[in-house]
Design a binder for this molecule. Structure first.
Ligand SMILES: [Fe+2]
Ligand SMILES: [Fe+2]
Length: 152
């Protein structure tokens, strides 16, 4: 079974947690598309949606790292780039039918969980103790709270 959001995945930073939640939701969307036997084109469209969000999330985390002067920005960004390259390779394999969308989802989930509990956890802890604050951090905190309270 694929990843479902659970409280243990919260790393304590509103930006990171909000985006991780969204990412997990999109993975579930892809899981549903696969299991409900949508057409190959429909599944590939959802895969593109997931991949674009992964890319977006990586840019957000990298901006955050620069904003707070995170010392491991280069190493962490390099890991992000590695996944994007892998996803691109998988994308074309699926397009040429030498791999299945299930493989894409399985590997992505596996990767995300590992990355989240190691590199992202380290980053979240650093953000919490950093003296330089990220740009507009209250925006994500407000957004996060509004969602928790069921407001718009
Ligand atoms: Fe992340
Ligand atoms: Fe990351």
């Amino acid at each position: 079974m694929f990843v479902q959001w659970k409280n243990e995945l919260n790393l304590g930073n509103a930006l990171i947690d909000t985006q991780h939640r969204m990412l997990m939701m999109l993975c579930r969307k892809l899981d549903i598309a696969i299991k409900s036997n949508e057409s190959a084109q429909a599944i590939q469209r959802v895969m593109l949606e997931v991949r674009k969000f992964v890319e977006f999330h990586f840019v957000s985390e990298q901006n955050l790292m620069h904003e707070i002067g995170y010392p491991e920005v280069e190493a962490h960004s390099k890991i992000h780039t590695g996944l994007l390259i892998d996803l691109n390779v998988q994308f074309s394999k699926i397009h040429h039918k030498t791999e299945f969308p299930e493989d894409f989802l399985f590997e992505l989930n596996d990767w995300l969980l590992g990355h989240l509990m190691h590199e992202d956890m380290k980053l979240a802890q650093y953000v919490n103790s950093a003296s330089v604050r990220p740009i507009g951090e209250h925006l994500y905190e407000q957004f996060h709270l509004a969602n928790e309270n069921g407001q718009r």
